[in-house]
Design a protein around this ligand. Sequence first.
Ligand code: VG1
Ligand code: CO
Length: 552
Amino acid sequence: MSNSIPNKQAPIIVSLDSPFTDQKPGTSGLRKSSKHFAQKNYLESFVEAIFQTLPGVQGGTLVLGGDGRYGNENAINVIIAMGAAHGLKKIITTTKGILSTPAASHLIRSQKAIGGIILSASHNSGGPDGDFGVKINGPNGGPASEALTNSIYECTKSLKEYQILQGSLIPLDQTDIYSIGSMKVEVIDGVEDYISLMEKLFDFDKIASLLRDDFKIVFDAMHAVTGPYAKQLLEKVIGAPNGTVRNYVPLTDFGGGHPDPNLTYAKELADLLLNQDFYDFGAACDGDGDRNMILGKSCFVNPSDSLAVLTANSSLVPAYANGLIGVARSMPTSSAVDVVAKDLQINAYETPTGWKFFGNLLDKNLITICGEESFGTGSNHIREKDGLWAVLFWLQILAEKKCTVYDVMQQHWNKYGRHYYSRHDYEEIPINIANEIYSKLEQGLPSLSQQKFAGHLVTHADNFSYEDSVDGSITTNQGLRILLEGNNRVILRLSGTGTKGATLRIYLERYVSNTGDLNQNPQKALSPLITAINDLTKIHTLSGKNHPSVIT
Ligand code: VG1
Ligand code: CO
């Protein structure tokens, strides 16, 4: 039996004074400040464009939820009321509207939905003074294709009205079924379904036995979406001690923090592992649960290395024990995983930044595991990156190898050599300045070829573009690359997810073979490259910032 929501019978049409005027949504949907989203009819206009554009709305099922940030429950109710007005058959949403990006991806796939709307600005801060976001996923469970994003944006430009049902709100405090007009709303527990997927991929008993062997772990949910997932998974199901999961209550402003798992924003956790010696393993996830940071005692695992380690040790995990088909990494991610792929004799693909590019390769069964330098790793189990999946993958490796994170890294570098790697982010630079720095470097690229850069010969310099081998689409302007002899490189890229000014990212990579010095401080090992690119771009003088805002 479903509860009927009163007064939500006939749709009303709301006229818009002017069409929606924003720029095209970026790699992860539409991301703006909460204040921007609070403008009258703003959210509604974007949602209208989604419902007019997404294939299969009439009679279709949609998955809906978010990371719990300020605006989440309100947006869920707006989307439900608009979904009913547009003829959806069913919306599946979750208690308190809490749904991580990876769990949403799984639900879309398992429920054969036409797609999903995930309310999140991912790792950006939340609250009335923070950011909000609307991400659209397609029926494969992955971020909307470039074509769909373009069509939604085109639609927004000529919108004159939107349709919505008026009436009471749906309570999201417990699981239930409602009917609104002719549409059903199922409020489900978004955690259970995800945990049963993880149970199919990993050997939980083995991980539990590692924890019983006095292996101490800690997880920081950063007051974001993974709190309820990690609490249930690590403490209740696997049996880690109560208190293992810190900051597990999702808060609308993430407790004033920045739910970005890196050494700057997850400093509290980093200190526990890097400056104290109680814990053996630490991890954190971002706002919407798709990113992960892995730490061992006195050991930070660079995300590019993490991808390589997961690939190299995949046979230890039940779901991947029969071998991998191929792997993929985003262009700025270090080539550590390529070296492993070569050893495993599988293909390694290089894609532009953003998870949607992995989607085609996964759908065509060309790859099993993929990842990005920005703390994102995932596999063919869904079509998004998956933070807790990476945590379990690491724990499974440690349970099988019975060694420390530090040992895993040493063994890895001793076999494959080390790709020293770092990313320097310069945040909130005035847009015109960032564009100037970027275009000056771009203009100068041809003259770098065959010259020396930081003592290395430049073998190739270009602006990365990508031809999708599956659908033939071409994506250009993905970052300026200076490739150097000996597998070293420097990349300059403009972020697509910031909301204040522009963010420039400098990616630095230097390869040292397994006979070289494998235990240098990365910033030191990379310092000639850092100096060379800073001098060439004059980034400090032009941006007025003497240091990067974040160093990874
Ligand atoms: C950043 C990362 C990129 C990631 C994107 C979305 O993009 O660098 O690797 O795919 O965020 O991640 P940009 O354009 O700011 O560099 V998430 O956690 O927001 O889905
Ligand atoms: Co995220």
